[in-house]
Write a protein that binds this ligand. Sequence first.
Ligand SMILES: *Cc1c(COP(=O)(O)O)cnc(C)c1O
Length: 388
Amino acid sequence: MGSESSVIKEIPFGRPMISEAETDAVMQAMSSPQLVHGPRIHEFENAFAAMLGPDAYATSVSSCTAGLHLSYLHLGVGQGDEVIVPAQTHVATAHAVEVTGARPVFVDCDESGNIDVTRIADHVTDRTKAICVVHYPGLPVVMDVVSAIASHKGLAVVEDCALAIGASLDNVSCGLLGDLGSFSFYPVKHMTTGEGGMVVSRDPDKIASIASLKAFGYDRSAAARSIPGIYDIARLGINYRMSEMAAAIGVVQLGRIDGFALQREANSRALRDGLAGVEGVRLLPDGDARRQHANYCLVAVLDPGLVQHRNSIVLRMKEMGVGTSVYYPIPLPLSAYYKDRYSPDPDAFSNAQRISEGSIALPIGPHLSREDMLIVVESLSISVKEVT
Ligand SMILES: *Cc1c(COP(=O)(O)O)cnc(C)c1O
């Protein structure tokens, strides 16, 4: 009577893909004389930019949140300004605006979960400085309307690309669709450096500015550099740098990113096929002729009649060993902090609310196989059936 019969296969929602190559690279970085400002940072930044396209520039940062914050500092966004952000996103999207003293102005999402571009114009005022889009959960925002409003009103476009490595619109990589884009290397995102991020742009001057802002605003001109220990400070800056150890991980992960993407795509397809016949569940849309989806996760939205059972379905799937998540558990404007601060109209975010209350984010990461997807399908089907 072993306990084998009760052993179930654990399917975690996400797991960092760290192999011996990454640990070897970290060990090498640690035994080099430069733990910051070294060659691995440049190698990582150049390789990341090259992955996005021939006209891309990149500077590494300590997180995606840091990258977004730096983007707003570069744009001069501050007290009295407004930035349009989606309601249906990670809190970092809004907090990066809020910490500058500017106000995040929230816009509801559409049926895809992305910002409803048809509602952006209504929220532009003479205080608006930028529009931030999030490609959720890896599906590119169709930028036509956003870009038109931005150029007509003279606004900057900031892309939160935390879920969008590998995503593109009309063959242009996400991150290069606006003025500045920020990626995340948090452990369960598409690739990791432990913590970390990357700011990208088609404009090298913007990236040079972000690179100085992330390192105290030092003046690194030749004159200031010629005597050891002597420098000037050209502007206000902060320390949001990435270490050589993190960059060493990043270089190895970048070499594996195409494989990760293929597995994510295969898993997404298997899950979409498997869930096609399950009643009571709608899936957020896949990519199409214009949009390459980055397949961060697959979001299943329960029919209105099942929404009250969402949490018990999640718990039941957990019992069966299937890890899920919720992206995101509350529309940001209705979270305690932002509700208290800006007293939003609770009815203005009904699409975001539907996803917050009725969705389950299903795992499709490269740590999982097609066989695992069958288990995910079965556990969701059984759990839904049990409550109907
Ligand atoms: C994860 C995430 C972030 C935060 O990324 P960090 O690298 O942890 O700062 C920001 N925006 C979105 C949409 C995210 O999913």
